[in-house]
Design a binder for this molecule. Structure first.
Ligand SMILES: *Cc1c(COP(=O)(O)O)cnc(C)c1O
Length: 343
């Protein structure tokens, strides 16, 4: 099926590379009867703007321009990759960015901002930090309040939902699915399974829909980093329904092909355990790849455990989608104390 994409602002370096993870496959998968593991390098969509959110922002920013907006308002955790990418993309396209952030400690801006938050400030974004409780209870009102604030100044704001995940943002991963299937064809195989991390569900929704739209038999398995399996099944359904409604798509989406694993969230969102830090070190030491402790480290760890337990034994080729997150490594530097050895 060929598909008519809406307008897109070119920001990402596409296609991103598809690479084999030979050393990890040989040590951790093939001996267990598991698949050959490939990695789709969406951590390389850009340098500062890196990661999966940039693919969604290409469509979101084009929509903002079409609506005559000059300001982007969005939200997330204090170390949100989505907010960092939005701040930089806004700067690049001459727009203002306002970030509504869920503060860790809830006592305002940290004295020395780190990781993504540091980049938010460098990019010139306006940052409003709220305590967890206030953020959770009043997020829609915070969006309204800030949108009104900009309207009163003569600006026009587009409000982007958490992670850019809705019927608009998922175009980014519909396009990514098409690109990835073409990458695999070029390498001479058809993937049996795609793996990604799910935080707000849009990446999973776009990939799951994309595999169906472009006629791939590969299913997408998402490893949740928060919430639950039921939450993400519902969220993917909603994003796809929003897409179908907004863009008048009559595609018969098969909801039974939404797969979520919520066994590897650990103590909670953005809280990693020793085994996650160790898996991040393993990927760095065997493949030269940097995973992050919030999303990709947990998903990759879960995938390796499940391979060991035979869950993917029917697969020959599995593609892990590296969605980025590098800046999230540094604020968690103290977690890596046991991750290397020195003579
Ligand atoms: C946001 C994010 C995800 C999750 O993507 P969603 O579309 O929000 O589910 C995964 N990895 C990284 C690094 C992210 O920043």
């Amino acid at each position: 099926m060929s598909i008519q994409y809406p307008a897109r602002e070119r920001l990402a370096n596409l296609p991103t590379p598809l690479q084999p993870l030979d050393r990890i496959s040989e040590q951790f998968s093939l001996p267990h009867g598991g698949p050959k593991i490939w990695i789709k390098r969406d951590d390389l969509t850009e340098s500062a703007m890196s990661g999966n959110k940039l693919r969604k922002l290409e469509f979101i920013i084009a929509e903002a321009r079409a609506r005559g907006c000059n300001t982007l308002i969005t939200c997330g955790g204090e170390q949100s990759n989505h907010c960092r990418a939005t701040a930089l993309a806004a700067a690049k396209t001459g727009m203002k960015a306002h970030l509504i952030l869920r503060g860790g400690s809830g006592t305002g801006a940290p004295e020395t901002p780190d990781g993504n938050l540091l980049v938010d400030y460098l990019a010139g974004a306006q940052v409003s930090l709220y305590p967890m409780r206030e953020y959770v209870d009043t997020l829609p009102q915070l969006f309204e309040q800030w949108a009104r604030f900009y309207e009163q100044q003569g600006d026009r704001a587009l409000c982007i939902p958490t992670g850019g995940s809705d019927g608009l943002g998922i175009w980014g991963y519909l396009l990514a699915a098409e690109e990835l299937l073409e990458d695999c064809r070029r390498e001479g195989f058809a993937p049996d399974r795609l793996i990604c991390a799910s935080g707000s569900g849009g990446t999973q929704a776009g990939l799951t829909l994309g595999c169906q739209v472009f006629g791939s038999s590969a299913d997408v398995t998402a490893y949740a980093v928060c919430d639950s399996t039921d939450y993400f099944i519902d969220k993917v359904r909603q994003d796809v329904a929003d897409w179908a409604h907004r863009y008048r798509q009559a595609f018969p989406f098969d909801e039974s092909r939404i797969h979520v694993i919520d066994d590897y969230i650990g103590p909670g969102y953005a809280i990693a355990t020793e085994e996650i830090y160790q898996t991040i070190a393993l990927a760095a030491q065997l493949e030269g790849i940097l995973l992050d402790p919030v999303y990709t480290g947990k998903a990759f760890h879960g995938m390796l455990q499940d391979i060991k337990q035979g869950k993917y034994s029917g697969c020959k080729n599995l593609v892990f989608v590296h969605t980025g997150g590098q800046f999230g490594v540094f604020p968690q530097r103290t977690g890596f104390q046991n991750s290397w050895s020195q003579q």
